[in-house]
Design a protein around this ligand. Structure first.
Ligand code: ZN
Length: 265
């Protein structure tokens, strides 16, 4: 018997986006993503909402509905230069303020100014963060090995269309592929290249072979996969999580619902 994990629905490709700073241009970006069924994570500075062309606090919940609101520190300092106590305040206060707006636990982070350190990374699980995105591009499609140094496939200005075409052409189901794009929505205004993200969405959006997910949905789903309890014989598996998990068992996609034990043999 050969058992491999799949993304939801038995898919082997996932797409996620990550946009920082919560500027006004997020409205246009969200509208485009929604048209193509693509999901993203929006990393916000709760202490700066409504200032300098940023989204207002009272529209956060409705604007980002269906996407993930995540932390980016309260006021965007370079946290590796801050006293440890300030770093804790900046990150934890951002969680508290954003959660008051959206009503769910905020467990994602992108490092403001890309700034992090071993001490900061070690602190994040204690502050309730499940992942943190770094700056930089791998131009790869693998899953993160370190959730606190989650690297993107590419910034939207770095070979986005080539990477998208490559991603949609993958057909080897023995791998799991993740395409992860990051940037700032205001860059589309600065660079006058909104057509780029539209073209990207046309290539990758509204397809039934791609799982469109937020950053935290990917982290939580893969964690649920890792928590599966298999019989030593592999004859059955128990899913102790609330999330359903999909496996491919000898070529057949099997859904293991939350709290369910399923015979595989
Ligand atoms: Zn930022």
């Amino acid at each position: 018997m050969r058992i491999v994990k799949c993304f939801p629905g038995g898919k082997f490709k996932a797409l996620t986006l990550s946009y920082d700073d919560g500027k006004d241009a997020d409205r246009k970006l969200v509208e485009i993503l929604n048209r193509f069924g693509i999901k993203g994570t929006f990393h916000l500075n709760s202490g700066l909402l409504g200032q300098n062309g940023r989204i207002h606090a009272d529209e956060v919940k409705s604007l980002y509905q269906g996407h993930e609101v995540a932390a980016h520190s309260a006021t965007h300092p370079t946290i590796a230069r801050c006293p440890q106590e300030q770093m804790v305040h900046e990150l934890f206060q951002d969680r508290i303020a954003l959660e008051a707006l959206v009503g769910y636990p905020v467990r994602g982070l992108s490092y403001p100014n890309g700034s992090h350190s071993p001490n900061i990374r070690a602190m994040l699980p204690l502050l309730g963060f499940a992942y943190a995105r770094v700056v930089g591009s791998t131009h790869g499609f693998g899953l993160p090995e370190d959730w606190y140094q989650w690297q993107s496939t590419c910034h939207h200005n770095h070979n986005l269309i080539d990477n998208a075409k490559k991603f949609v052409s993958f057909n080897k189901t023995q791998y799991l592929y993740l395409m992860y794009v990051w940037g700032h929505s205001y860059e589309f205004d600065l660079d006058q290249n909104w057509h780029l993200i539209e073209e990207f969405c046309k290539i990758t959006g509204n397809r039934d072979d791609i799982w469109y997910a937020t950053n935290i949905e990917i982290a939580d789903y893969l964690a649920a996969c890792d928590r599966l309890q298999f019989a030593a014989s592999l004859e059955f598996v128990y899913n102790p999580s609330a999330l359903p998990v999909w496996l491919n068992v000898d070529g057949t996609v099997v859904e293991i619902k939350g709290g369910q034990q399923v015979w595989l043999a």
